[in-house]
Write a protein that binds this ligand. Structure first.
Ligand SMILES: C[S@@+](CC[C@H](N)C(=O)[O-])C[C@H]1O[C@@H](n2cnc3c(N)ncnc32)[C@H](O)[C@@H]1O
Length: 333
């Protein structure tokens, strides 16, 4: 099938645009099953739920590189620039900002020392973060951006009025599946106490605090934890405690297991120390949100060997047109 993007095949961002969407989902399911079997030596559940939304126009964040008079992504397996004026997986507001920046970049006023920047949006507000630059960027550049890009904010973006997200804080990139991801991550969670490790700005912690008597959220990023604390206070959730520490540190301090633990680590996964400590504490319910099937398979192997049973598995297609996939796994003791 013909890919809708004119630079597909050259741009390193997408890998599957030539394949019908149902086929892409089937391939991802097969990759997940294979990782579980081959790397984790565990039998996948008979049923893996697949959650998907619109496969284009979903991304709320993009990183752009700048070279001479061009702006765009990197080519696949290369440092060469692939110039873009629009991106079919980007949201409408992302594309509005990319077009504006591409035009600005051809203007003599553009600061030629900016090497890369990031655009993040909730379709209302827009945040521009300069990622790499040879010199500090003057304020007049952002004033110019504010004129060309409607909704530009200074500093943190207030994602749909619910989550303050500062420039270096993580936030989910598929704007169309955020609510479904939260639902899947806290599905079936029961009891009095919950622990959200790798909490980010509180995407899962806030809904958990509305369900549990006592919730602890742990985040190691300095900026993200400040956002988490701000979001907790603004939501008036006195039963949610936001801790600035690592998951490993928190687990080492715990004497008693909470009723429910949710873990949403970076691509490196949980790792040996976290898995080992979880198997000592033995919380009754654990949910893992994983963006890498290989590290997920390794982590699951450790938990299953210690007596956990996979109660449910959902493949969330947060990154259509790419080979990336997200998995939510519910484990019970
Ligand atoms: C994939 S994000 C998930 C954030 C959040 N659950 C969400 O959905 O928005 C992972 C988060 O874990 C944080 N992090 C990375 N390593 C950590 C560690 N060892 N302990 C605690 N947090 C960590 C990162 O700063 C990041 O905010």
């Amino acid at each position: 099938m013909a890919a809708p993007c004119p630079v597909y095949g050259r741009c390193g961002g997408c890998h599957y645009q030539h394949a019908p969407y149902e086929y892409q989902l089937g391939v991802k399911r097969a990759i997940l099953v294979e990782a579980l079997q081959r790397l984790g030596k565990i039998e996948p559940p008979a049923e893996i739920a697949v959650v998907a939304a619109e496969p284009f126009g979903y991304r709320n964040r993009v990183q752009l590189h700048v070279e001479e008079k061009h702006l765009g992504y990197r080519e696949a397996r290369s440092h060469k620039l692939c110039a873009v004026n629009e991106c079919p997986v980007g949201s409408p507001k992302i594309n509005q900002a990319v077009a504006a920046l591409a035009a600005m970049q051809r203007d003599w006023r553009w600061p030629r020392f900016i090497k890369s920047l990031e655009v993040f949006t909730d379709e209302n507000e827009v945040q521009i973060n300069v990622l790499e630059t040879d010199r500090p960027v003057a304020r007049r550049f952002f004033d110019w951006c504010a004129k060309e890009i409607p909704g530009l904010v200074e500093g943190a973006l207030d994602y749909q009025g619910k989550f303050r997200v500062s420039s270096n804080s993580f936030f989910q990139v598929n704007r169309l599946l955020i609510d479904r991801l939260v639902e899947a991550a806290i599905e079936g969670a029961e009891g009095e106490t919950a622990l959200d490790l790798y909490a980010g700005v509180g995407l899962l912690s806030l809904p958990l605090a509305r369900r549990f008597r006592e919730v602890t959220a742990v985040e190691s990023g300095a900026g993200a934890v400040r956002d988490l604390q701000f979001n907790t206070e603004r939501a008036g959730l006195g039963n949610l405690q936001a801790m600035a520490q690592t998951a490993e540190e928190r687990l080492a301090q715990l004497e008693k297991a909470p009723d429910f633990v949710v873990l949403d680590p970076p691509r490196t996964g949980l790792g040996k120390a976290v898995v080992a400590r979880l198997t000592e504490l033995r919380p009754r319910q654990i949910t893992i949100v994983a963006c890498d099937p290989a590290t997920l398979a390794r982590d699951l192997a450790g938990l299953v060997a210690a007596g956990y049973r996979v109660e449910g598995m959902t493949l969330m297609d947060l990154f259509p047109q790419t080979y990336h996939l997200e998995t939510v796994v519910r484990l019970v003791m």
